[in-house]
Design a protein around this ligand. Sequence first.
Ligand code: CA
Ligand code: CA
Ligand code: CA
Ligand code: CA
Length: 312
Amino acid sequence: MNSVLVVLLAVSPYISRVLEYQPAPGQFCNTTICTPENLIGAESSMLYLGAYGGYVTFGFDHKVMNVADRKDLLIRGNAFANNCEPGIIQVSRDDNGNGLPDDTWYEIAGAAEDSAETIFGYEITYFKPDSLNQNILWRDNRGDSGYIYRNTYHTQAYWQEDMDRETLTFRGTRLPDNAYVADTSNAQLWLLPGYAFGYADNRTDSIDLDWAVDIETRLPVRLDGVDFVRVYTGVNQTCGWIGETSTEILGAEDLNVPTGVETVQVSANPQSPDVEPQIHQPTAVRIISGHVLMEVEGHLYDLLGHPLPTDF
Ligand SMILES: [Ca+2]
Ligand SMILES: [Ca+2]
Ligand SMILES: [Ca+2]
Ligand SMILES: [Ca+2]
């Protein structure tokens, strides 16, 4: 073989792009934590999703692989003990290859999947208030209604001001309310314990892609990897003076991509350095028997660029 193959491996474990962002109304709308670019890279910071249904969709510079017997994805939130605001995680493959999140979505089934209080096919509509300093009315597809109430701590508009819409509708799974008041004798002490696994902004925030299910049938699906991840606020609950429950996330990480690997040179024939190099982007990163490997045009290489024997 007389060619020199140079592989530029620009694999970062962190979010590289945000494709969609639509917060639901809430007390941090129209603030700096409503900036979707906050999620990108190793130095990512907080993004606010608002009340039930508000979401963000993001991707990486590679397909996040479902590595057998390992967790695959960590989504960072700002939860701490008894302050969990669980966000539901969805994943998708770019099946039509257009780089856009317009393919079939699957949902990560977390600890509340089998709860009798979990509602599938939940739909909520928020209504733009007549003036931006008013509470925000919502109605759902179960005949209930309520308000996202304003509080004294946040005085800006709770309805996204640069949005040219009169209503805002979200559809998804609604998790059981997780908040309760521990002490009514003094100031209300609201406690929001987390679910055991499977949600964002919930303390235990790493997931296995093996937990993905079909959104309609709730049956498990087998995904070898995903190109897009979506997180949406999963509870519709208001907690007195602390206001609406709203998921925040601070970034995400592919747990099976090593940090610090940016460029890899694959030399099929190091003795011929004058041959015009070919630049290839790896199509996947795989972990086989504990080894991190790149796949380029169907061939596997280690992270030093050495081709692996075909019988590896
Ligand atoms: Ca896995
Ligand atoms: Ca697509
Ligand atoms: Ca929140
Ligand atoms: Ca939070």
